[in-house]
Write a protein that binds this ligand. Sequence first.
Ligand code: NIG
Length: 381
Amino acid sequence: MTTTLITGIGELITNDDSLGQLTDAAVVIDGDRIAWVGAAAEAPDADERVDAEGRAVLPGWVDSHSHLVFAGDRTAEFTARMAGQAYAAGGIAVTVNATRAASDEELRAGLRRHVAEALSQGTTCLETKTGYGLNISDELRSARIAAGEVDEVTFLGAHLVPPGADADSYVDLVRGPMLDAVAPFVRWADVFCETGAFDEDQSRAVLKAAAAKGLGLRVHGNQLGEGPGVRLAVELGAASVDHCTYLSESDVDALAGSSTVATVLPACDLSTRQPLAPARRLLDAGATVALASNCNPGSSYTTSMAFAVTTAVLQMRLTVAEAVRAATLGGAQALRREDVGVIRAGARADLHMLNAPSATWLAYRPGVPLTHAVWRGGSRV
Ligand code: NIG
């Protein structure tokens, strides 16, 4: 197996407590894993050498929340929203119609296009969800297509009650035969627990059925107002609760005292003209925070994790170190993975080299594309 020495790293963010943040550093890749991390002057030799010429290197972004199995776009809805119309869950049905009408090849091509777009900007580990099928056959094909293309797949049959369907009958379908059909292709199950989508009892029923099937849990909660999402996620031991835009003091306390990661989605908050999630308050209380793109055609049509990091620093008052950690290690924790989001021996060799001397430039030079090179599983992309 070929080994590669990346040397001349001006700033190396490892997210590993014993290694910390290094200057004048080097990393050795062996196959798909990191083999060695340390001072450039002490680096072992390797088959190939790459000189970072003083650039910063960080773990590849871990984007723990996206909805990329879809067809069509919602430009008209976005235009109306920027003119003052409110975002509502019902817009999801527009994408459901377009997704059902698309062929497998169209859905797969769209997914690949967005995954490639994300990878080219440094996203090396990506979660995506079903949720624009909303019947057994379309949820199943979304799950099957996603499983062939991304690291982590989440079943989101409980995204919206399809227009015209009876809510309780639909919940029975989701937690029964739909769950049975998709389970072999997914690791996670999620519920949109929000006014206009699923209430607390319906959400609990779906999540408990998924847990009984051995799936890990995630929750869309507190996106459009305070509600039961965070509480339910913590109660059921979900790996993450995502959005967290409207939080009560007891929501913040519950997250701080739990292993449930609070995933904040600043591009979505901005694109839906909501306040930004209180990430500063969550960190100060002791909660674990992840930053993700929430790329989807309705509420957040961006794959840019750099945009999330920049916004978290400039507008949510995180330090650069906190924001980068939330977009790398935080995402890994939200996906309960230890092999990504860190640079240490044995981790997957997912590296993001910036055309900048330090990660601070992600906020210091907002909007400027700073990705210089990306390695995923040891391969330079
Ligand atoms: O995470 N909130 C629910 N689901 C997506 C939006 C989906 C859509 O509007 O199409 C979200 O924002």
